[in-house]
Design a protein around this ligand. Structure first.
Ligand code: PMP
Length: 406
């Protein structure tokens, strides 16, 4: 059946954002929407992106608005693939040849294409999603016709990864050939990632159960400011033997600030190189039926930055600017709560990574934050740290303190 989708009703971040904009109170703070904002609360087009745009404009290539290939721009895809799986050097060349990459309509499109492809090819009984997760995972997999099941991920009482229960539920309930969705880094919404040791155990469990894996990679470079570190889990799964069926849904929205340009890629590492050709043609079929090819403008910018050594260096600097500002806000929020002696433990604000923090505030406290203090956040207690600024972080901490004491 066709489902009615009203973003303001069905997707909480959109609803929170709308309510924020309608609020006339000058004290208001938007901690709802997951986009980067500068210290002044403004959108921040990356300097290196603006530089690449200028170069492309100056070149004024007459073919810049032509149709591209169905599967996307090969130079863009090669650079995107190396960002995920590591540089193509002698040690990695053969392994990279197992990967089929296609361009997608950002991370959402990559998740969707991955889901459609895996649903048809592997015919899983279930797809296992972390509890909690990005809500669109449910919409996407529901649309692909696969039954969604939740595996324990975050324990709200300990404010830590629910690791033992995660492994136990997967080991006892997942069926051979099921799909599991994992967040590559900076888990949305909890900001809580497994340790390297835990990743190894998760990989072993997936391998034992013959699960097909979909890594959702929307924050590479945001978690630690380091591209390679943030891809550690994916690369670990990729290198394990025997090879697993692995899909990576890659988004360039956050790490390039290209949200509305819809730049992404979907990479498939299959367990046997002999079937690589059929993967490419099956993906091309799905793409052709839906949108013929992904947009070229934003991918052209990303390609330029990744292929030009000077731009690449500048991009890494821009990533550090964003991730360091977020870290600064994390510690400012934490230290103000400690100074205020706010009841409860707040260590998790420091240990969580990426754009979000799962504060642990209850739905009633979240509601008070909004009604009384004009601070907007998700019912789960998730805040986007990029909504914090030097001028509002003390106000936010004071309001948290007051609702916790109420
Ligand atoms: N996956 C996760 C976990 C996300 O948080 C997001 C962005 N909110 C996406 C995928 C996709 O974003 P986009 O389609 O803009 O790339």
């Amino acid at each position: 059946d066709l489902v009615a989708y009203n973003a303001a009703l069905s997707d909480e971040p959109f609803e929170v954002n709308k309510a924020f904009h309608q609020d006339p109170d000058p004290r208001k703070v938007n901690l709802g929407i997951g986009v980067y904002r500068s210290e002044q609360g403004e959108p921040w087009p990356l300097p290196v992106v603006q530089k690449a745009e200028q170069i492309i404009h100056q070149e004024s290539d007459p073919s810049r608005h032509e149709y591209g290939a169905i599967t996307g721009d090969e130079d863009f895809l090669s650079a995107a693939r190396q960002l995920v799986f590591g540089p193509e050097d002698d040690g990695n060349r053969q392994e990279l040849a197992r990967v089929t990459s296609v361009q997608t309509i950002s991370g959402t499109g990559a998740n969707h294409l991955g889901a459609m492809f895996m649903a048809k090819r592997f015919k899983p009984t279930n797809v296992w999603l972390p509890e909690p997760t990005w809500s669109n995972h449910y919409t996407i997999w529901d649309f692909a016709g696969v039954k969604c099941r939740a595996y324990p991920y975050y324990n709200v009482n300990t404010q830590m990864l629910d690791f033992e229960r995660m492994i136990e539920v997967l080991s006892t309930q997942a069926q051979r050939g099921d799909v599991i969705v994992l967040h590559a880094c900076a888990h949305n919404p909890t900001g809580t990632d497994p340790t390297k040791d835990q990743w190894e155990q998760i990989a072993e469990t997936c391998q034992k159960l013959r699960l097909a894996i979909l890594f959702d990679s929307a924050y590479q470079g945001f978690a630690t400011g380091d591209i390679d570190n943030d891809a550690w889990a994916i690369r670990h799964f990729f290198r394990r033997k025997p090879a697993m069926n692995l899909c990576v849904a890659q988004s360039f929205s956050k790490n390039f600030g290209l949200y509305g340009q819809r730049v992404g890629a979907c990479h498939f590492a299959v367990d046997s190189s002999s079937i690589e050709d059929s993967v490419r043609s099956q993906l091309a079929y799905l793409i052709r039926a839906e949108y013929s090819m992904a947009p070229s403008w934003g991918a052209g910018i990303v390609k330029r930055v990744l292929l030009d050594p000077e731009c690449y260096r500048e991009w890494k600097q821009d990533l550090l600017t964003m991730s360091r500002r977020i870290l600064k806000m994390r510690s400012a929020l934490y230290s103000t709560l400690i100074e205020l002696k706010t009841p409860g433990s707040w260590e998790h604000i420091l240990s969580q990574v990426g754009m979000f923090s799962y504060t642990g505030l209850s739905p009633a406290q979240v509601s008070l934050m909004r009604q009384k203090h004009h601070i907007y956040m998700l019912k789960s207690g998730r805040i986007s740290l990029s909504g914090l600024q030097p001028r509002n972080v003390v106000y936010v901490a004071n309001c948290i303190d007051s609702v916790v004491r109420e």
